[in-house]
Design a protein around this ligand. Structure first.
Ligand code: NAD
Length: 322
């Protein structure tokens, strides 16, 4: 039986990845600081602990695994990453996890590891024009991410690639672009734009105005979590190291995003633009490289994923109200 280790399995993408690996018949160990908040884990073994602790990292990496997915990170949406208040934690916590995990994998001679970097590592100067952001993989340098979260991702993706270069580890690095879907954080400050917009629209009455950070003209693309997991697994099992973008090329403004969600909800929603942490003006995935090298790129329409996400968030609100 094939075996997999999913670090960050109590999180949003990790939870979906565990489900997919179980469907494929893998024996899966999940590791996280916490159990998944929105679904019972399907992992065969789920270990709670802190990967900042080197002894703990070694204790969960105690046997061979065919595939190791490293998704654990201290992260959140713009309200967590861009305010500056969490910068030391973000840098220290995530870098320590990655240093510990790679050291433990190397000592156990475990060779194949996937690392989830982020589009936040791309230089801010290429993302000032909302209509023409440049996020081609080759545009990463000279480096100038707009957040410490992005700098840590850049450091760690380089760290993974050095273990490939110097120790023959088969490292796989993806730069995820705004992943969304059911069973993700949807309230309390760490949620991202799609979940926040779905929650606000679901809570509003037709004709109400909802608060939107910034002028609403900033652009982004959003990738449904199932396609993210598909790309992750394909990259893991390829002979390519990356880094590769895993994201959608369907770029929308935040105002467009609100309009699509309002349409799904069947409500007329006004927008109240307020100051808030917004990040770069424009960002979109560039899928030319992954399409060319891996022969695959995400293709499903944004609306399809938003319909599923909206339905799930509406259900959470009803459950909370009951
Ligand atoms: P998430 O926050 O839901 O999951 C991360 C998990 O890591 C959490 O469950 C958290 O408890 C766990 N974790 C944090 N510190 C830990 C520690 N010290 N020890 C053990 N576990 C710890 O985030 P997600 O959206 O599932 O993202 C997964 C990965 O993908 C992260 O590395 C993130 O940076 C990256 N990424 C996500 C997105 C996105 O849009 N969701 C975009 C780009 C990159």
């Amino acid at each position: 039986m094939h075996t997999a280790l999913v670090l960050g399995a109590g999180g949003f993408i990790g939870g979906h990845l565990v489900k997919r690996l179980k469907q494929e018949g893998f024996w899966v160990r999940g590791v996280d600081l916490k159990f998944h908040e929105h679904a019972a884990t399907e992992a065969d073994d789920f270990v709670i602990g802190d990967l900042r602790d080197q002894g703990f990292a070694r204790s969960v990496i105690d046997r061979p695994f065919d595939e190791v997915y490293q998704l654990a990170a201290d992260m959140g949406g713009a309200g967590y990453i861009f305010t500056g208040e969490h910068d030391a934690d973000i840098m220290h916590n995530s870098a320590t996890i990655n240093l510990n995990v790679l050291d433990a994998l190397h000592k156990r001679n475990i060779r194949r590891v996937f690392y989830s970097s982020s589009a936040c590592m791309y230089p801010a100067y290429n993302q000032e024009d909302p209509d023409n952001p440049n996020c081609a993989e080759s545009s990463a340098y000279p480096a100038a991410p707009d957040s410490e979260y992005g700098w840590e991702k850049l450091f760690s993706e380089r760290l993974y690639l050095t273990y490939g270069r110097n120790y023959g580890m088969q490292t796989r690095v993806a730069r995820y672009h705004n992943i969304f879907g059911p069973e993700g954080t949807w309230k309390d400050g760490k949620e991202k734009a799609p979940a926040a917009v779905c929650r606000k629209v679901a809570s509003a009455k037709s004709g109400d105005a909802i608060d939107i950070w910034g002028d609403g003209k900033q652009t982004r693309s959003f990738l449904y979590v199932e396609e993210c997991v598909e790309g992750t697994i394909r990259l893991m099992r390829s002979d390519l190291s990356g880094p590769f973008n895993i994201g959608s090329e369907e770029m929308v403004t935040i105002d467009n995003l609100v309009d699509v969600v309002a349409d799904i909800a069947g409500k007329r929603i006004e927008k109240n633009h307020i100051p808030g942490p917004v990040g770069v003006r424009g960002r979109n995935s560039d899928n030319r490289l992954i399409q060319e090298k891996l022969g695959w790129a995400p293709s499903r329409p944004l609306r399809e994923g938003l319909e599923k996400t909206y339905a799930w968030i509406e259900q959470q609100l009803l459950r909370n109200a009951a």
